[in-house]
Design a protein around this ligand. Structure first.
Ligand SMILES: *Cc1c(COP(=O)(O)O)cnc(C)c1O
Ligand SMILES: [Zn+2]
Length: 429
């Protein structure tokens, strides 16, 4: 198999060892594509399974175990891995019941080395950076990309430089980025402004860009879908619901599903449902208004990981919805907050942006768009401890957005009691 870069809009092709993020002819995004004979699904499924018994880092990784389906790296010696992936599937009876479903599956990508799904794509993109001989890597981030890139840059012995919007990033993520030794620049602007800046700097060639417009990120994120399907015995669900911010993950899921379907790994294709916050919903507007181009907006949501008004991958995401007959919905701050707390009642903790998928499920249910027998997978994207301030405020009843109070439906208050056994006894009973 040989790999190349293909423009998504025009026939231009480029070599994978060129440092490129956009087509040099038309400026659009690039896909990684492969030539060569199609693999045999039965054999490969067995190979993937057998690798679980192998002790090598690339076989233990939940990403590189599937490397035959993204064979762009010339040699495994370039692999930088933290044994990412291998994330669990759980059921969520409370959320299932509320959505009127017989059962519901949750895949928690927050159970990764740095606590978010970004690790799936960071391992592939940083390994490509190593193959290219890059010494400095760069990203703009709402937090989790920064945390992930900082960790992988540290492992690779590269310098990491991250741009984050000041005051709009959750504490856990900021702590990770500085702790892993990245050079952290807080800018007095939004994520979208940071994104424009790093795009400009990357074109000058001093640093390798690790945002999801880097197509090698999306190749690694395809492994989320492969792992999910393998965990289900390669039985596709009816629908996969995931939050959408910059829309890289939706794009990667769409590409993975289309490729797996074409190579006869699965049939039929599950539908993708993307969920955005109402205050950061440019993709929902685009699709619902059947507009020809995305209209950027000023994004505002407490789910900071998806606070993005000008998502770079909207064309790839729109294509993913076409391929899978998917859809996109938006949900309110209150719907996100309560859905997050409801998941926690099943022992499933996640950060606010992740809970958009659960809020989206409940909205579909309210709109009577689900059948009780539907086989649905909710994607949770980030760990509960990324944003503890949000959680404490929710349970204290102190959550507000743009000056408006958000009533907490599933509050669990902290009891202030005197240090006396009697008071505790009362609490127990
Ligand atoms: C990055 C991120 C998202 C958004 O993913 P995109 O690929 O940008 O759409 C959602 N949730 C969490 C926790 C994230 O870190
Ligand atoms: Zn082009």
């Amino acid at each position: 198999m040989s790999a190349y870069l293909q423009c998504i809009s025009c026939p231009s092709k480029f070599r994978v060892d060129e440092i490129l993020y956009h087509c040099t002819r038309c400026g659009d995004l690039l896909d990684v594509k492969y030539d060569g004979p199609a693999p045999d699904p039965r054999n490969l499924k067995l190979t993937f399974q057998n690798r679980k018994l192998s002790p090598t880092p690339e076989d233990q990784s939940g990403v590189w175990r599937f490397r035959d389906l993204f064979p762009f790296l010339g040699s495994m010696t370039y692999v930088v891995s933290l044994r990412e992936g291998n994330t669990p599937l759980w059921n969520s009876p409370r959320v299932a019941k509320r959505a009127g479903l017989q059962q519901l599956t949750v895949k928690h990508l927050g159970m990764n080395p740095t606590g978010s799904f970004k690790d799936y794509g960071m391992t592939t993109a940083i390994s490509q950076a190593k193959a290219l001989g890059m010494q400095t890597v760069l990203c703009a981030s709402t937090g989790n990309t920064a945390a992930s890139m900082a960790a992988y840059a540290a492992r690779a012995g590269m310098k990491g430089v991250v741009l984050i919007p000041q005051g709009q990033i959750a504490l856990g993520k900021l702590a990770q980025a500085i702790d892993y030794g990245a050079r952290v620049a807080q800018i007095d602007g939004s994520f979208d402004e940071a994104m424009l800046l790093v795009d400009e700097l990357a074109r000058e060639g001093q640093a390798y860009l690790l945002n999801s417009l880097n197509p090698f990120r999306l190749e690694g994120q395809k492994a989320i879908v492969m792992e999910l399907l393998e965990q289900r015995g390669w039985r596709p669900p009816d629908r996969i619901i995931l939050p959408g911010g910059n829309l890289g993950n939706c794009s990667a899921f769409g590409k993975a599903l289309k490729e797996l379907h074409e190579m006869k790994f699965i049939n039929p294709l599950p539908r993708l449902t993307v969920v955005q916050a109402e205050g950061a919903n440019p993709f929902a507007r685009l699709v619902h208004q059947k507009a020809s181009a995305l209209q950027p907006l000023q994004a505002s949501t407490l789910a900071t990981a998806i606070q993005i008004g000008n998502p770079v991958s909207w064309k790839k995401a729109r294509r993913a919805l076409e391929w899978t007959q998917g859809d996109v919905i938006d949900v309110s701050e209150k719907e996100i907050a309560d859905a997050r707390a409801l998941l926690a009642q099943d022992g499933i903790g996640c950060e606010p942006a992740s809970a958009a998928s659960a809020a989206g499920l409940l909205k579909l249910s309210n709109e009577r768009r689900l059948k009780a027998s539907d086989d649905i997978v909710l994607i949770l994207t980030g760990h509960q401890l990324k944003d503890p301030e949000y959680i404490v405020k929710y349970h204290a009843g102190d959550l507000s957005h743009e000056g408006k109070h958000i009533a907490s439906q599933f509050r669990n208050v902290i009891h202030s009691v005197p240090a006396e056994a009697g008071a505790i006894r009362k609490l127990i009973s």
